[in-house]
Design a protein around this ligand. Structure first.
Ligand SMILES: Cc1cc2nc3c(=O)[nH]c(=O)nc-3n(C[C@H](O)[C@H](O)[C@H](O)COP(=O)(O)OP(=O)(O)OC[C@H]3O[C@@H](n4cnc5c(N)ncnc54)[C@H](O)[C@@H]3O)c2cc1C
Ligand code: SF4
Ligand code: SF4
Length: 422
């Protein structure tokens, strides 16, 4: 796919070499891990000390950065902004025809391709797969639209994406697009002013329940006797996990029948259990699926996001999102499970005989469309508060912003005096 760009271990640097289809995989420095860290790449950059001022786990700056990026913070009087952050337009969406190999229909890949085709950016920072492991993230710089094909699909694990900002600068790229998950985009936005770029386009995907690539392989081993043949996995909004195999076989497993309750306690790291930005509020355009009821779901957050969407013309179909069901019950049930697991108690399982019945009822009775997305946001809010209170009580004050307390309030969670956000 691509060529290693430089040698850093010795301190010597070589100019990055262009790989096939304009895909470059610069070599990475070693990270400097902190206790809560998702290896977004800042600690591997030329100035690792910036972690202290840009990291969402060390110095979260959601409201300040929302104002910097979108010109305003979330407006509670506008429908859904308390949950999803500032946006101009929300839609159910699909790319037609869908891109082969994409996680959903490939809106993300196509948007980045269009930015390169139109010459709006010199390069895109995105995440491809490691040569030896389809699931292991590998950050790349892409300079040709055809190179975006290498980045299609979700990988599980951490991608030190922002380390490549140094390489982009050394190559003289001043107009960039970045495709990233929320913890990467928080750090990017916090550094944006000092990057001195002429243009920055930020394409964000939602993210939840990430884990290390090693843990993810252990999960695949539990799901199938042929884990090495699994090429695709997604937690769908219809309460099923879809897995696809090399030979084209597809399996759909109801959430309830997943081997989740016997996973080790540290399967999901504390970073992702305490992460409060599910929907990538600091991106210009968020592309996900969770409010799409089987399609994709987009949030155009500002004018730059609008500009990107327009580049797709009639390649994208948009519809008003649907909303069905009630989220309160499922969020309460989830909260009880999180509370038990945070207290170190075993999860209460649905009895074996009832599982097929409940699994069939969930897609019919559970929240759907934007109500499903609202439910997931509230679940993440209560999970972050419970987990931080249990494991990092002194961080609650700094890490839980006011809007997250508002989302958790209907479930009886309010800040104590010592937890009031700064
Ligand atoms: C760990 C993880 C959890 C997610 N959870 C949710 C969720 O709960 N709800 C939801 O709506 N969406 C979630 N997403 C986003 C979702 O998987 C799709 O990426 C999104 O819907 C876009 O689909 P697409 O077909 O347009 O993407 P594609 O066109 O296939 O492009 C995917 C893009 O994702 C980027 N990418 C892939 N893996 C990573 C990674 N590990 N780190 C950083 N960037 C990566 C690549 O740069 C690529 O450009 C998650 C993504 C990740 C990585
Ligand atoms: S800024 Fe990135 S690299 Fe630094 S501590 Fe935070 S997640 Fe880790
Ligand atoms: S869940 Fe949050 S902290 Fe974890 S990888 Fe995703 S964006 Fe980063």
């Amino acid at each position: 796919m691509s060529t290693t760009a430089r040698t850093r271990a010795s301190g010597a640097t070589r100019l990055p070499v262009l790989g096939r289809n304009g895909v470059m995989t610069p070599e990475l420095r070693e990270p400097e891990y902190r206790d809560l860290c998702t290896d977004c790449g800042v600690s591997r950059s030329s100035d690792p000390h910036r972690c202290g001022s840009v990291c969402q786990f060390i110095r979260p700056r959601y409201a300040e950065l929302e104002a910097q990026v979108h010109g305003r913070t979330r407006d509670r009087s506008r429908p859904d902004e308390l949950h999803f952050g500032p946006f101009l337009q929300m839609a159910r969406a699909r790319l037609t025809p869908p891109l082969e190999g994409a996680q959903w229909t490939g809106i993300t890949t196509r948007l980045a391709e269009r930015l390169l085709e139109e010459g709006r950016v010199d390069a895109v920072l995105a995440t491809a797969s490691h040569e030896d492991d389809r699931w292991r993230p590998r950050p790349v710089l892409v300079t040709e639209a055809s190179g975006m094909a290498a980045c299609r699909g979700m990988k599980m694990g951490y991608s030190p994406l922002l380390a490549l900002l140094d390489d982009a600068r050394e190559m003289g790229f001043t107009r960039l697009a970045v495709v990233g998950i929320p913890c990467q985009i928080h750090a990017l936005r916090a550094m944006e002013k000092e990057l001195g770029l002429d243009a920055l386009y930020v394409l964000g995907t939602p993210c939840s329940d990430n884990t290390t690539t090693e843990n993810f392989h252990a999960f695949l081993n539990r799901l199938s006797e042929r884990p090495d043949e699994i090429t695709y996995l997604e937690f769908r909004a219809d309460y099923h996990v879809e897995i696809r195999f090399k030979e084209g076989q597809v399996r759909q497993i109801p959430f309830l029948q997943l081997p989740l309750s016997d996973l080790p306690d540290n399967f999901f790291p504390m970073t992702c259990k305490s992460c409060v930005d599910y929907v990538n509020v600091l991106s210009d355009l968020t592309v996900g699926y969770m409010g799409g009821d089987g399609d994709q779901w987009i949030l155009v957050r500002n004018e730059r996001g609008q500009e990107m969407l327009e580049l797709l013309g009639d390649e994208i179909e948009l519809e008003a999102p649907m909303s069905k069901g009630r989220r309160k019950g499922p969020v309460k049930g989830f909260m009880k499970a999180v509370q038990r697991s945070a207290d170190g108690l075993p999860l209460r399982k649905t009895p074996q005989w009832a599982r097929p019945i409940v699994a069939r009822l969930m897609p019919l009775l559970g929240p759907r469309g934007t109500e499903f997305a609202r439910a997931r946001l509230e679940m993440k809010a209560v999970e972050a508060i419970i987990q931080l209170r249990r494991h990092h009580p002194r961080r609650v004050k700094r890490m839980v912003p006011p809007h997250v307390w508002e989302l958790a309030n209907p479930y009886g969670l309010q800040p104590e005096a010592k937890e009031e956000p700064r």
